[in-house]
Write a protein that binds this ligand. Structure first.
Ligand code: FAD
Length: 383
């Protein structure tokens, strides 16, 4: 009774999607989640995640994104619900910045629609922004945001409807290869499976000691503010945005204001800094946000979006799991063809969950995938 062809360790962003694609394929899958389905302690909390296609980080992600977009659409159709909100995305930075150069390169290579926005157009169309004169401004109309908690719940509900088992409040404590099977021990039971998929997010180090030097967890701070003129920042009035600030390392980004009824708490204008924060671990992270951290963040953001902060409504912390090159790891565990891993999403993975789930299902059931994941191999780093 305790044997499953596939067990998924961690039912968050990637694990819920893996359960869905496996169940859709008729595979008897068990997902084990230590907390509730969606929670605030990992990497997926906070209402919204940007989705964009002209990928500045690495153009090799673009084909995966094409598939991710298709799969999000298919999930919306299957659930008769909306998870992707196409607000468009405004990019800004110096012409030689990583962001601007990377967006142009990916958009030209793959024909992703991105337009240049003139200074006059910024003033007329995006008057909420105040950008330095020497910044280039680009706009990707098909970018927007996804609603992470709703996506995870949708994947899990669909998986359950298709026959998957998902146990919440059950923490995996260890796994071990035993002949041609793998035993997985939780805090309540021991199971066996033919294939184990590890999607443990910021806890991945607990199960992948060989990769621990290459998975670095950081604490990230998010802020929700009440802007001076809320009407200007509503969904459909204000786009998602990403700005490569030449004065600080990393990038600042934000979303339109989202109402509580549709999107959950907190209502407000959400913004953050995309840059690895303080080193931590998933079990020891300090969840308190200091007033100095809030001041630094709101000060940096109001330089670009001057009316964005009349008052601070709420703050949260969230976890990035960074690899040395900030690209994901999606592969078999080295020397372990029955264990598949997806980790190290380095603060930009959510938009890919719909294709990562499909890839994990391919690897577990076919031993390979047609999706181009070679650049995300687990063996590219030295230990
Ligand atoms: C502040 C912030 C902003 C971000 N913004 C964006 C964005 O705009 N766009 C974007 O694409 N991405 C973004 N990301 C990144 C994205 O959210 C993550 O890459 C993604 O959520 C990672 O998914 P995951 O499945 O690895 O982790 P999670 O979703 O955290 O799932 C891991 C799950 O494994 C479970 N687990 C761990 N250990 C065990 C165990 N022993 N037993 C059972 N269960 C276990 C955990 O409880 C958790 O539910 C952001 C991340 C943060 C923190």
């Amino acid at each position: 009774m305790n044997h499953f062809p596939v067990i998924v360790l961690g039912v968050g962003s990637m694990g819920s999607a893996a359960c869905y694609y496996l169940a859709k394929k008729g595979i008897k899958v068990l997902g084990l989640e230590q907390f509730t389905l969606t929670h605030e302690l990992g990497s997926h909390a906070g209402q919204s995640r940007i989705i964009r296609k002209a990928y500045f980080e690495h153009s090799d992600y673009v084909p995966l994104l094409e598939r991710a977009y298709q799969n999000w659409k298919a999930l919306e159709t299957a659930c008769n619900n909306q998870f992707y909100f196409p607000t468009g995305l405004l990019y800004a930075g110096k012409p030689e910045s990583i962001l601007i150069k990377g967006v142009i390169e990916s958009s030209e290579l793959y024909g992703v629609e991105v337009s240049r926005i003139s200074k006059a157009e910024v003033k007329s169309r995006f008057q909420q922004f105040a950008l330095p004169d020497d910044y280039e401004v680009l706009f990707e109309p098909d970018a927007g945001f996804l609603t992470p908690e709703r996506c995870i719940r949708a994947f899990a509900e669909q998986a359950l409807n298709l026959g998957a088992s998902i146990h919440t409040h059950e923490k995996v404590v260890s796994w071990k290869q035993e002949g041609d099977r793998i035993s997985v021990t939780s805090d309540t039971q021991t199971y066996s499976c033919n294939k184990l998929i590890i999607t443990a997010g910021a806890w991945a180090n607990d199960f992948l000691p060989g990769l621990a030097n290459n998975l670095h967890v950081t604490r990230q701070v998010l802020v929700w503010t009440t802007p001076r003129q809320p009407a200007q920042f509503q969904l459909n009035k204000f786009p998602c945005w990403l700005i490569d600030d030449h004065e600080h390392a990393g990038m600042y980004y934000g979303f339109p204001m989202l109402d509580e009824t549709t999107f959950g708490k907190p209502a407000g204008l959400k913004s953050a800094h995309h840059y690895p924060g303080k080193s931590t671990t998933a079990n020891q992270v300090n969840r308190e946000v200091t007033s100095m951290e809030v001041d630094e963040l709101t000060k940096a953001i109001t330089r670009f979006v001057p009316e964005s902060c009349e008052s601070v409504k709420q703050t949260k912390t969230c976890l990035y799991t960074n690899t040395p090159d900030e690209n994901f790891i999606i592969d078999f565990l080295p020397n372990q063809q029955d264990v598949i891993i997806a980790c190290g999403f380095s603060g930009h993975g959510f938009k890919f969950a719909s294709v990562v789930g499909e890839v994990l299902c391919d690897l577990a059931t076919e031993g390979r995938t047609t999706q181009p994941i070679g650049f995300l191999s687990a063996t590219r780093f030295k230990n």
